[in-house]
Design a protein around this ligand. Structure first.
Ligand code: B12
Length: 213
């Protein structure tokens, strides 16, 4: 067994195969962190690039992500507690009044697939909920999603509260179909991306700028 076979199984969204290969790799004595980085995360990075380039679509991403998560569930307990959180924690949610979560879920899965600790607040999340999650989890980045033009102002309210009452070095990124880079700049958010693959790049840049690895 090798990580290329694992990557192929993740690409295909083949859950039983991913589980079997991860278990076999562990039995053969492979390091859980190598399986995570060179197999599961590496497969999701490639998925992100292909999604960004419109070579694959939402159903394929969701299938691969589900398979990746099942593999992650096997290696997670074997990693030292600090390993997953070392790259930084990201709080994500859909803003108040908005119930759309398909895109947000893909972004959350891709961020988790990239090795970040992700706290998902779900949909219709009030600004105060973001603030307390940031404080409780010592998060470096907050990611806000909105799909309705009528809920975009809730992004502004959330950014304002986080800038006023959140930690000084907290970074905020936003996204969702109606959101633009211009809007991100206008409301004082630190980053914007229009798809899940680029969202990982944006989060990485923001966290690196804060000194995370
Ligand atoms: C599915 C859907 C629903 C489902 C949501 C189910 C769910 N669990 O999410 C249901 C049926 C519940 C729904 C309800 C409504 N909807 Co609706 N819905 C959609 C639809 C068809 C698809 C959205 C979607 O999932 N796209 C697929 C995902 C993968 O794409 P995405 O969300 O854009 O996410 C990507 C990027 O934007 C980005 N991204 C997303 N979030 C984030 C966050 C960060 C931080 C970053 C960096 C990036 C990022 O990455 C993602 C992956 O690449 C859109 C139309 C459309 N084609 O967009 C309408 C749409 C968004 N809905 C619309 C409307 C009007 C409504 C309702 C008001 C309808 C009604 N009258 O009841 C309600 C509102 C309910 C509410 N309070 O939220 C309008 C919005 C119009 C507008 N300009 O505001 C749209 C555009 C349809 C239309 N053409 O009129 N909806």
């Amino acid at each position: 067994m090798n990580v290329d076979e694992l990557k192929k199984a993740v690409f295909e969204g083949n859950i039983p195969q991913v589980q079997n290969i991860v278990k076999a790799l562990l039995e053969e004595g492979n390091n859980p962190l190598d399986i995570l980085n060179n197999g599961l995360i590496s497969a999701m990075e490639a998925i992100g690039i292909r999604f960004k380039n419109n070579e694959i679509y939402v159903p394929e991403v969701l299938m691969a992500a589900r398979a990746m998560k099942e593999g992650l569930n096997i290696v997670k307990p074997l990693l030292s507690a600090g390993e997953i959180g070392k790259k930084g924690c990201i709080v994500i949610g859909t803003v108040k009044g908005d119930l759309h979560d398909i895109g947000k879920n893909i972004v959350a899965i891709m961020l988790e697939g990239a090795g970040y600790r992700v706290i998902d607040l779900g949909v219709d999340a009030a600004p105060e909920k973001f603030l307390s999650a940031v404080v409780e989890n010592n998060a470096g980045v907050v990611a806000l999603s909105a799909l309705l033009t009528t809920t975009m102002p809730a992004m502004q309210t959330t950014v304002t509260l986080l800038k006023e009452q959140g930690p000084d070095n907290l970074k905020i990124m936003i996204g969702g179909a109606p959101v633009t880079k211009e809007y991100s700049n206008e409301i004082g958010s630190d980053g914007y991306s229009d798809d899940a693959g680029s969202a990982v790049d944006t989060a990485r840049e923001l966290l690196l700028s804060m000194g995370y690895k």
